[in-house]
Design a protein around this ligand. Sequence first.
Ligand code: SAM
Length: 198
Amino acid sequence: MSLTHIVTWSHLLAQEALKSGDLAIDLTAGKGRDTCMLAAAVGPDGRVVSFDIQTEALLHTRQNLTDAGYPVADGAAGQPLPATAGVTLVHACHTAIGELVQDPIKVAVANLGYLPGGDTAITTSASSTIAALEQVLPLLQKGGRLLVTVYPGHPGGAEEGEAVQQLFTALPSADWQVLQVTVTNHAEAPYLLAVEKK
Ligand SMILES: C[S@@+](CC[C@H](N)C(=O)[O-])C[C@H]1O[C@@H](n2cnc3c(N)ncnc32)[C@H](O)[C@@H]1O
């Protein structure tokens, strides 16, 4: 493994926490790599809910899931989350998570920024990212993890990362473990902000 490939650290921390039958959330489906990793980790009895605002991203994600043999269903903001196992794709802003998910979450990932190979002007933004993360935190079960990969190199990315850092840094250490994984010798390299509920 490449030591400085930050998404690999996110995957390792997610895979270590997840077990068969868990509920996992991907707040930014993108090309579906994180969603596929979560689907594999929760197994055939688990559930994954994956959000994106772009049709193109959800098409990529659906294709990757189907190719890998994972069952895929469509969800929508305002509808309750299916109780059945498998992956639910939601074409909506991740701030809709509070309407859909009431069950305890084991792992949520947010890989911020823009769709690789897509429109670089369509990126996550500090306000909706923070609103979504604030809804995820109270839903995390004991030992549950929230893993956020930040890309400070694009316009708005550094500010978004600082907002996430601020949110996580304010979490009381009696109840939360908070970790940052940073490449220290490369300016603007992606970094990981991770929390675990004690
Ligand atoms: C870096 S990509 C995600 C990579 C992805 N997790 C993967 O494994 O390929 C960021 C994604 O966030 C999506 N996005 C941006 N704003 C969003 C929002 N408010 N709600 C949900 N998704 C959003 C973009 O459309 C883009 O597809």
